[in-house]
Design a protein around this ligand. Sequence first.
Ligand code: F6R
Length: 607
Amino acid sequence: MCGIVGYCGYRSAAEVLLSGLKRLEYRGYDSAGIGLGDGKSLDVYKTKGKIKDLREHVPQEASGIIGIGHTRWATHGGVTDINAHPHMDTDKKIAVVHNGIIENYMPLKEMLIGEGYKFISETDSEVLIHLISKFYTGDLEKAVKEALMLVKGTYGIIAFHKDNPDQLVGARNGSPLVLGIGEDEMFLASDVSALVAYTKRVVYFEDHEVVTISKTDYSTSNIDNEAINKEVENISWELEEMEKGGYDFFMLKEIHEQSQSVPRAYQGRIDEEMATAKLGGLNMTSRELLDVERVKIVAAGTSYHAGLVAALQMESMARIPCSVELASEFRYRNPVVEKNTLYFALSQSGETIDTLYAMREIQRKGGRCLGVCNVVGSTIPRESDGGVYLHSGPEIAVASTKAFTSQITALYLFTLNMARMRDLSTEGGLRFIKALKELPIQLEKALGDSEHIQALAKKYAKYPHFLFLGRGINYPVALEGALKLKEVSYIHAEGYSAAEIKHGPIALINEETPSLFLVADDHLKEKVISNMKEIKARDGMVIAVAVEGDKEVAGIADDVIYVPRVDPAFNPFVMSIPLQLFSYYCAIELGRDVDQPRNLAKSVTVE
Ligand code: F6R
């Protein structure tokens, strides 16, 4: 939520900031602004709308070799020009951008108003600029630290002073911040996507750390003023991975990437000889893994659905009880953290605050929590006790697609490992590996049906409501299908177990509410077919996603989307592809902003 960027160097700061903000736009896109300095003046340009709107606001001749920028996802205060960042002090000498929430902003605001400070915005962030200004006596870093000492809440901030065109001060607590080290230039940003065009050398910060940069140097310390040494790391993502690569939208590109992103999650992690998976990053011995009696996954949104799929497979194949919980609920219910339970924090971004805080709660109670994340260097993997990276490459569309299948892949590898340590035979392990390795071809096939799915989207996008129904391991896929459709097309959709509809939701069936059934060729197929017939008997419309060649389903449903036949454990992979494509094409049909749907943002770093 919210993207921040800072630049200090020899290029036009405006250009670096605007291009950096464009790449951070998926973090929030309701308003944006930049502040530029050249030692003589401090100019702030900000507006409601997207980065393209901000670009029109920034004069061609805007000068400055230092600056800060912000793209906002509003929390406190409406979407207005004034509430946009950067915020400036009353003398217009200091500017600050902030990502996060200042929880105690009301008492701080009252205190500052009492001291004569004038507030012009409705934001919580404005207290920061007045606090920094209050403590400023010529040393910006000192003033920032003193201000942050009074603050409760989360922040990633960058500040600069008009009189010093060679200094930016950044700090973080709960909201991410990364430094990019260039030749005679330095960058600060919420994530590496804003820097990768300029440098691959980065430093990630932990909570309560502060960095001060000039164009040639940087120093790092903590908020208590102790100097700290930070490791310089290299980013593995390439700039091209962050481009649309000929696709109209990132979402479509990312859907189509799945035949490559899934194998990237398992490559180098399969041991054919032992018919198992090897995951070095878990930091656990075989003896410790053998002691695991239960697995619990905490996650949000799409990651939660991926967790549900993996949990069912873990229980049936590895015979380990596995449950999944919404991270936001887990954290606040005083959870029991058990000794022999292994916890997973599952998160594409590695920054989702609900999941991060759930992980911290587990660790605080002495539990071991592993991270399964995509973004290298993000907070969850850095704070977890070990884990697995997805290696999906950047996921830029706000709606998560390729991360879903990679998350299941990574957790399936863990499942295979645990199953092989328990009941699963060598033959069983090899069968599972074979099915896993066949997936890229099956995913390609499923992706090949996109014209047919586009035609169905044209036919069905006009309906205001949808039910997504599945059973067993495909029930979470139905939940994910409903989430995808509502978030990108704004069509109201509900996901249910097909078995559940007779307990209530069947009352919704009418001429405006099609039902999309997932009909795998597994032990539940006949039950699902009965549920389909129940809908048809009430004149409901039915679209079925079924296994290729299934004539029985075609005879009942109004429309069928066929997917390749795979081992039943892998149906969630091939069945999620048509649902993602269907949502995408419905959104296109309705003229929606597919990559940046209304009210949303990627990387949810507020509660
Ligand atoms: C839906 C979506 C969200 C995220 C959720 C968790 O398409 O993208 O529901 O899945 O915000 O995000 P991560 O996985 O980054 O923790």
